[in-house]
Design a protein around this ligand. Structure first.
Ligand SMILES: [Zn+2]
Length: 142
């Protein structure tokens, strides 16, 4: 990217009007060009003064990456946990109902507990799905 183009896009960057690809291009130019970096920094200072908050941190990209990594690790952890849990319950369920010497009452009682647990897990998962739809950071990853 050339300086002329970068200068136009730096303002759009500060106004948060660029696509993800354009942001990456402008950031990479700004990192390698001190004149455009000065423009960028001045615009940022101006914007911060006007808004009174730090909406465009120059390290936003690293922070975003960390956030995505954290979410990914958390999802993998949840899947492992829930998957193992379900597998264990399935195994217990199978052992119990395959055993012929176990009383019908016990089978019904444990069956009731299992249905209850699955219902609770289902409700929790449904809540989480609804929560993630309302996640205000979701658009950031688009
Ligand atoms: Zn430049």
């Amino acid at each position: 990217m050339k300086c002329d183009e970068a200068k136009l896009k730096v303002q759009a960057l500060v106004d948060n009007e660029l696509s993800e690809n354009e942001i990456a291009e402008v950031i990479s130019h700004v990192q390698s060009c001190y004149r455009c970096r000065d423009d960028y920094v001045e615009l940022l200072k101006l914007q911060r003064r006007m808004q009174g908050l730090l909406s465009h941190d120059p390290e936003w990209f690293e922070k975003l990456n960390r956030k995505i990594g954290r979410r990914l690790a958390s999802s993998v952890g949840q899947m492992l946990f829930i998957g193992s849990y379900v597998a264990l319950i399935g195994y217990a369920f199978y052992s119990l109902f395959a055993g012929r010497e176990i009383s019908l009452f016990l089978k019904f009682a444990v069956g009731g507990i299992l249905v209850g647990v699955f219902t609770l897990v289902g409700v929790t998962v449904a809540d989480r799905v609804r929560e993630s739809k309302d996640d205000r950071y979701k658009g950031v990853m688009k």
